[in-house]
Write a protein that binds this ligand. Structure first.
Ligand code: BDR
Ligand code: CA
Length: 317
């Protein structure tokens, strides 16, 4: 069967890094390119982190494109409290050989999508600035997007404000552009990603895989779980972003419900909230399939299988 082509747009970020691990060696996916935006940290940091992770994984051949360093309208917010000063605090990487492509991420997204025949899924796990900008600059890309699978939003509580989740709050206007694009969207929000908490026993289990990917996973999770505990009191950090890739590998993993989703752009207390009409009160057409449940055991099996597919040495990292 043909591999599913994806472009992965992210802001690494500890959980973005784990998603990259899963995407970069899956037999079912063809990772065409990685685009990065400012989000968890500044653009310089997120671009460097994407390169470090791909180099560590032995996938220097996957191009990394740096995109927008600022949201479309609002001022930039970062998540240093969770991901640290570098955006990927914890692991110690070898000197970086891999470089970022010269082409801007928005230009790459436009070029790749326009040249496609509608077979590319765009996965986003950071603020949606790059994708929204591509849609605005080249409206022709919209119909070329097979679908958008995003980590972001929540129909319950947020994680930066009571109302809003980080990826949406970091660029609500960009999320609005994407949610109103008319393309098929699967929204993987906090409602399900908070069901995959990376408890210490999960970290121990992954450590046993003893591959270069699992060693990176352990180093990442040590930092991530510590800050998640400090900020939210969780005993295990919610592994948000890899749910997007796990869902592509096994769609039955996540239960979804079609809903009308509107991003609150009002600049009040609920700025950046994804208002999801779960009960269809508004009588409006559904604009996204919203994740409502996840098989957590199966998720961890997929993560472990992904980590085990990597070799054991770091010789080429
Ligand atoms: C999202 O925010 C970021 O900090 C994580 O990488 C994830 O994409 C969770 O709200
Ligand atoms: Ca992210």
């Amino acid at each position: 069967m043909a591999k599913q082509k994806i472009i992965y747009d992210c802001d690494p970020g500890h959980d973005d890094a784990v998603a990259l691990m899963l995407a970069a060696n899956s037999p079912e996916l063809e990772l065409l390119g990685v685009t990065v935006a400012a989000g968890n940290q500044t653009l310089d940091n997120t671009a460097r982190n994407a390169c470090h992770v791909l180099q560590w994984l032995g996938r220097e051949d996957v191009p990394v494109y740096a995109g927008c360093g600022q949201p479309m309208v609002r001022d930039r917010v970062t998540a240093g409290d969770i991901h640290g000063e570098t955006g990927l605090d914890g692991p110690v990487f070898p000197p970086l050989r891999k470089t970022v492509e010269r082409e801007h991420a928005v230009s790459y997204l436009s070029r790749a999508l326009l040249a496609s025949e509608g077979e590319i899924t765009v996965v986003t796990s950071g603020p949606m600035t790059n994708l929204a900008m591509a849609m605005r600059m080249e409206p022709g890309v919209v119909e070329k997007i097979q679908r958008i699978v995003l980590m972001g939003g929540s129909y319950t509580n947020g994680n930066v404000t009571p109302a809003a989740e980080f990826n949406i709050l970091a660029d609500p206007e960009a999320a609005h552009v994407c949610f109103t694009s008319g393309r098929p969207i699967t929204m993987i929000g906090l409602d399900v990603t908070r069901k995959v908490l990376c408890y210490p026993e999960i970290v121990e289990r992954m450590a046993k895989a003893d591959t270069r990917a699992s060693r990176l996973f352990v180093d990442l999770m040590k930092h991530f779980c510590k800050t998640q505990k400090e900020v939210f009191g969780w005993e295990g950090g919610p592994l948000h972003d890899p749910v997007t890739i796990a869902f592509l590998l096994d769609p039955a993993l996540v239960a979804t419900k079609p809903m009308n989703v509107r991003v609150d752009l009002s600049r009040g207390d609920s700025y950046g909230r994804t208002n999801c009409d779960a009960f269809g009160y508004l009588g409006l057409p559904a604009t996204a399939d919203v994740a409502v449940d996840i098989d957590a055991e199966r998720f961890w099996d997929l993560i472990e299988a992904g980590l085990r597919r990597y070799g054991g040495t770091e010789a080429d990292a």
